[in-house]
Design a protein around this ligand. Structure first.
Ligand code: SF4
Length: 164
């Protein structure tokens, strides 16, 4: 099983979301919020044509100088987005490429910086290696994590399914 940056993001955001996505339950194509996010993301990449880079199972928005750059529609879950970037840095590091991370949120929230800089530490690498293992176990589990409706659920593609 290939772990992706999206799975890492979802694992931090919500275990149930990670399980659903990892088991190919895809409602994202029907979510207006996800469509808007993808369009914003697409527009940003269009202005940096040919910038997106695929390495194995990950897709990096851009590499510019010493930075790996990732764009997000909002800073609604900055922690999950940060671990996604750190995961990309980890994959690059395994290939002998050392970069710093830059997370850019396209919709500005007054309380949180629009751009966040990230550095991968040895401690973070240990956490990522454990997280990869936990994600695999979670996805292979036949038991779907229970619904725990939170404020952030309203922006999730699975909301209509979970809130039934
Ligand atoms: S709606 Fe909430 S509980 Fe359901 S998958 Fe999304 S974040 Fe998780």
């Amino acid at each position: 099983m290939k772990i992706t940056g999206t799975l890492v993001n979802y694992y931090i955001h919500c275990k149930r979301q990670c399980w659903l996505h990892g088991n190919k339950v895809n409602l994202e194509d029907y979510s207006e919020l996800v469509k808007i996010g993808k369009q914003l993301h697409h527009n940003k990449l269009e202005s940096n044509k040919n910038a997106e880079i695929s390495i194995e199972n990950i897709k990096i928005d851009k590499i510019k100088g010493q930075y790996l750059v990732e764009y997000k529609k909002s800073n609604a879950d900055i922690k999950a987005a940060s671990w996604q970037v750190l995961y990309y840095l980890y994959i690059l590091k395994k290939k002998g490429i050392t970069k710093k991370g830059k997370l850019i949120c396209l919709e500005k929230n007054r309380n949180v910086k629009k751009t966040l800089e990230l550095r991968l530490t040895d401690e973070m690498i240990r956490i990522i290696e454990k997280t990869e293992k936990h994600i695999k176990e979670l996805i292979l589990s036949e038991e779907i994590p229970r619904v725990k409706i939170m404020a952030k659920c309203k922006k999730c593609a699975y909301y209509t399914y979970c809130a039934l």
